[in-house]
Design a protein around this ligand. Structure first.
Ligand SMILES: [Mn+2]
Length: 245
């Protein structure tokens, strides 16, 4: 398989369009289509914080539904799904921007966006095992002993990472560096924790380069293992990037 997997987009439609163009996709049909039938992969957190979450829902759903794109949910996707279910979720940490976009829609358009997002979410696995088990897409990564399993712990890990339950002084959750200890054969591609440059360690790569915080939007071309990035149009926010020792 030939797939281009994109890191956390967070409503950055403009960067998504630029990145797919740089990857050789054509936008003639208003959706990125590759002339050699490469496909796109979405690593989760397609919405929240950026200005175009609705557009990213439409793009991701249509590419998944009609063109074989792969998607796994992130924690922000999970929260939006629970919002659509009518659960009592807190409209903050980025969800407020998506809700503000939704509130401007007509009832008809709102119901359409709700329906397609829920369809996408309901039909997507917590993580994808691709290429005969050689490649795994998981939003926040996955531990080797969780691969192939589906339970509450696995769900929490792939959505939030290896969190300790503690928080840093700035409110961000404390996360263990699972990638450093990963010894599995499958190559794990993930995002969730913004880093200044893609972080490749062992058989893992984090491609969340903080597009919504003024970094880059990054894709990994598989199986070529080439990284392709575009600069964010947004102001750079230093404190949002994790620096690993
Ligand atoms: Mn995330």
């Amino acid at each position: 398989m030939k797939i281009d997997i994109i890191g956390d987009i967070h409503g950055c439609f403009q960067e998504f369009k630029e990145l797919t163009q740089k990857l050789g996709y054509s936008w003639e049909s208003n959706f990125p289509i590759h002339p050699e039938k490469r496909i796109l992969g979405f690593i989760g957190d397609i919405t929240d914080r950026g200005t175009d979450s609705i557009k990213m829902i439409e793009q991701t759903w249509a590419l998944w539904k009609n063109h074989g794109a792969y998607y796994v949910p992130g924690n922000h996707c999970n929260k939006l799904y629970r919002y659509f279910l009518g659960r009592n979720v807190q409209i903050k940490h980025g969800l407020e921007t998506t809700v503000a976009e939704l509130e401007k829609l007509s009832d008809k358009k709102f119901n359409h966006i709700k329906r397609v997002f829920m369809e996408l979410y309901d039909n997507s696995p917590l993580y994808h095992i691709l290429d005969d088990g050689q490649l795994i897409m998981a939003h926040a990564g996955i531990r080797e002993d969780y691969i192939g399993k589906q339970n509450k712990s696995v769900k929490s890990f792939v959505l939030y990472g290896d969190v300790t339950g503690e928080t840093l002084p700035d409110g961000r959750p404390v996360r263990r560096d699972w990638a450093k200890h990963y010894k599995g054969k499958a190559f794990i591609i993930y995002g969730h924790t913004p880093v200044k440059q893609p972080r490749k360690i062992g058989n893992t790569i984090n491609i969340d380069t903080g597009a919504v915080f003024g970094g880059y939007l990054t894709a990994l071309r598989y199986p070529e293992m080439e990284l392709v990035s575009v600069s964010s149009s947004l102001p750079y926010i230093e404190g949002k990037f994790t620096i690993f020792p």
